[in-house]
Structure formats: structure tokens, C-alpha cells
Write a protein that binds this ligand. Structure first.
Ligand code: MN
Length: 202
């Protein structure tokens, strides 16, 4: 049985980037529905008792969609922390705490953190319909930014998932309506880079 993950912060901790109301629906309703659906779909099948990663790699159709969405949302919700009061420099928030191996690799591949951010935001904004934009790593530790539609994700394609922005409208519509690009830009202010670094180096 899969259960709904507990958020590692209060429901209002990510405001104003992600409102309490959005989290109540996104975590409490949307993710809960994926959990309930997957539990029903795999009950009594050979997939019962497998990990989310195993199910994502082994399934298609409704099982893949619900397992993928649980995996994606668990990584998404666990990568944020309360916005720092000192992160804003005019219109462009700076990225707090991006250090270590991941920062070095980003600068090696993109030239600068700003160039990386620009490509990530562009691929999130340019993804048509519902899906996710990801920073992912291959077995050699090389990074890439990928767009995946609907519930698809790096795990299904043999990559390690590091950072993801949810571009389904349910992730931002209550707070930003149609302004997806503005929402994606604001998310940099709440990314917990120590968590992303841990995912990269483990
Ligand atoms: Mn979502």
C-alpha cells in the first residue's frame, strides 16, 4: 500500500510562491487521488509490494500514469523549503545554497547558473500541455534538461531524477492563472539545493 507523503514544511511555508490553497489541493487532493488509484489498480497483481521505481519501469497505461505521478510529486514536494527573506535581487531571485558538485557540473556544462536557469525555464514554459521539466543525470554524472509529458519521468528513461518543475496547470493556476513562465521563475526562490545535491551525489 502506498500512502500520501507528509510534507516537510507547513502548508503556508512556501507562500507567496506556492499558496496554502494550492498545496491543499495539489498535495491533499491530486496526489492523494494518484495514491488511491494506484493502490486499487495494483491490488492482487504481481506489482503489489514493488517500489514506485520498479512499477514505473515495468508498467504502461493507467498503472504507469498513477505510479509516475506519485514518483514525480514525491520528488517535487520534497525539493522545496520556506522562501528565504534575502533571496530577491530585483526581478530575478538568486538561488540560495547552490554549492558543491552540482554547481560545478552546471557551470561546466552551461557556463553559468543563469544560463542553466534560462534553458530550464524555457523548456518548462515551452512544454505543450501537461507535464514536467527535469534536470536529470546519466550514469556518468552528466546533466541534461528534459521535457516529459503527463506522468513520464527520467526514471522511465534510465536517468537519475534531480530537480523538477510541475507544469500541469493544477500546480500553479490558483496562484498564477495562465502565467506559467512567471510561476516557474518564482520557483527558484524555494528550491532546497541541498536536497538536489544529495540526489546528485548519492
Ligand atoms: Mn502536479
Amino acid at each position: 500500500m502506498f500512502t500520501l507523503i507528509t510534507l516537510p514544511y507547513a502548508l503556508d511555508a512556501l507562500e507567496p510562491v506556492i499558496s496554502k490553497q494550492t498545496l491543499e489541493f495539489h498535495h491533499g487532493k491530486h496526489l492523494q487521488a494518484y495514491v488511491d488509484n494506484l493502490n486499487k489498480l495494483i491490488a492482487g497483481t504481481e506489482l503489489e509490494g514493488k517500489s514506485l521505481e520498479e512499477i514505473v519501469k515495468a508498467s504502461t497505461g493507467g498503472v504507469f500514469n498513477n505510479a509516475g505521478q506519485i514518483l514525480n510529486h514525491e520528488l517535487y514536494f520534497s525539493q522545496f523549503k520556506a522562501a528565504s527573506p534575502v533571496i530577491s535581487t530585483g526581478s530575478t531571485p538568486v538561488m540560495p545554497d547552490l554549492i558543491g558538485h552540482l554547481k560545478s557540473q552546471i557551470e561546466k556544462q552551461w557556463g553559468s547558473v543563469d544560463a542553466f536557469k534560462a534553458e530550464f525555464e524555457a523548456k518548462g514554459t515551452g512544454l505543450f500541455g501537461s507535464g514536467w521539466v527535469w534536470l536529470q543525470a546519466n550514469a556518468e554524472g552528466e546533466l541534461s534538461i528534459a521535457q516529459y509529458a503527463n506522468a513520464d519521468n527520467p526514471v522511465a528513461h534510465g536517468f537519475k531524477p534531480l530537480l523538477t518543475f510541475d507544469v500541469w496547470e493544477h500546480a500553479y493556476y490558483l496562484d498564477y492563472q495562465n502565467r506559467r513562465a512567471a510561476h516557474l521563475q518564482s520557483l527558484w526562490g524555494i528550491v532546497d539545493w541541498s536536497e538536489i545535491e544529495n540526489r546528485y551525489t548519492k
